[in-house]
Design a protein around this ligand. Structure first.
Ligand SMILES: O=C(O)CCC(=O)/C=C/C=C(\O)C(=O)O
Length: 287
């Protein structure tokens, strides 16, 4: 099977949101005969995109017969920009609903990273009948950690990078992003910096959104018991952005859930432990 590329799988869709039509970008890695679809939702870092977050995870799922869709949320990558003054998790969930409706997908599995996890939970709460299984990685509900001072050091660096998008600030953030920064290459830094600087409107609007509403990701804790979808929660023990106790809160709240913790792993389990992560997700989605 030929590997999908970003450019060959790149698509746009127009979705109505609060009186506007947003141009929303996604990648569609469709092997052509898939009976099930996984939608991957990226995190909220500057320069993030579905492809940047999940490029190590697409192929194994496609080879196993899944259609993989990577949604770029409004405010990231090639999607239109937006100032979000309410719940960003719910905004992303509305955009996801628009996308699955337009693609005619009745039911999808969701794999969310950080903000993408918060957004997957918002979608599952709003449209339970449209969700197969949930994979939540480094996110799933907002709210404070009882153990770790918040905002965490990672989120402080992330917000600082939005305000001052320099290579030094990017390296400072990425350094605490992963457990082992020696895996981060100059090419990766440059690609991420290029992504960030190509859309200054996204950076400015993220800062404006935070100023209007510092709590972009509401705490869904009290509603987690409503989620009926089977849920796999994945965390890095060394996550310095969204601490591991949030994962424990998720499995305490979601009835049909399980937790896998990677040791020696930061906020990007899907990248740092890609092979094991892919096997874990594939096994979970296939049984
Ligand atoms: O603030 C939160 O709870 C979410 C933070 C978040 O989504 C950070 C994600 C960062 C990335 O995944 C990235 O930059 O690639």
């Amino acid at each position: 099977m030929t590997a999908f590329t970003e450019s060959a799988s790149s698509r746009f869709v127009r979705i109505a949101e609060d009186g506007r039509e947003l141009n929303i970008h996604y990648n569609d890695c469709d092997p052509g005969n898939a009976s099930e679809t996984v939608v991957m939702l990226h995190g909220s870092g500057p320069g993030a995109s579905g492809w940047a977050n999940f490029n190590r995870n697409i192929e194994p799922l496609v080879e196993a017969g899944f259609r993989v869709i990577l949604l770029d949320c409004p405010g990231w990558s090639k999607s239109d920009s937006i100032v979000c003054t309410g719940s960003r998790s719910d905004l992303n969930a509305r955009i996801l609903k628009g996308l699955v409706d337009q693609l005619g997908l009745d039911r999808v599995h969701l794999l969310g990273n950080s903000m993408g996890g918060h957004s997957a939970v918002a979608f599952a709460l709003g449209h339970p009948q449209r969700v197969g299984k949930l994979v939540l990685m480094g996110g799933g509900t907002g709210g404070a950690s009882p153990f770790v001072p918040m905002p965490t050091e990672g989120i402080k660096l992330l917000n600082g990078l939005y305000r001052e998008p320099t290579i030094d600030n990017l390296k400072r953030m990425m350094n605490v992003f992963v457990f082992d920064p020696s895996d981060l290459t100059e090419a990766l830094f440059q690609a991420r910096l290029d992504n960030m600087l190509s859309r200054r409107d996204h950076l400015d609007n993220f800062v404006a959104s935070l100023a209007a509403n510092p709590r972009q990701f509401p705490d869904f804790g009290p509603r987690l018991g409503e989620i009926q979808a089977r849920t796999l929660v994945i965390w890095g023990r060394n996550d310095r952005f969204v601490p591991m106790d949030v994962g424990l809160r998720l499995i305490a709240g979601i009835p049909n859930s399980e937790l896998h913790v990677f040791n020696n792993c930061g906020h990007w389990a899907q990248w740092e432990h890609a092979d094991t992560f892919n096997r874990l997700v594939l096994d979970f989605l296939s049984h």
